[in-house]
Design a binder for this molecule. Structure first.
Ligand SMILES: [Zn+2]
Length: 82
């Protein structure tokens, strides 16, 4: 598990993020280690790090992110005001 103990809303650069599969809006986060060999093969050694996986709590689809723009929000409070 990542830093979230319960599911949360997620934004990317403050844009509300929904599951690409089921449009779900509640996610768990999970650190994902990227495949070193594959990264080097693609001449993208900088990717040899951990990514953040947003796991949809409804369907389980994992969305991978390499940036630090993900923010989490309590479902009961909703998304932040623009
Ligand atoms: Zn989903």
């Amino acid at each position: 598990m990542g830093q979230l103990s319960t599911g949360a809303l997620a934004t990317i650069n403050r844009v509300p993020f929904g599951c690409l599969v089921c449009k779900g809006e509640i996610f768990f986060d999970r650190k994902v280690k990227l495949n070193t060999t594959g990264a080097e093969f693609m001449n993208m050694g900088w990717m040899n790090q951990s990514a953040t996986g947003l796991v949809c709590t409804r369907c389980g689809y994992v969305h991978l992110f390499l940036n630090d723009a993900i923010e989490y929000w309590r479902p009961e409070s909703g998304y932040p005001s623009p």
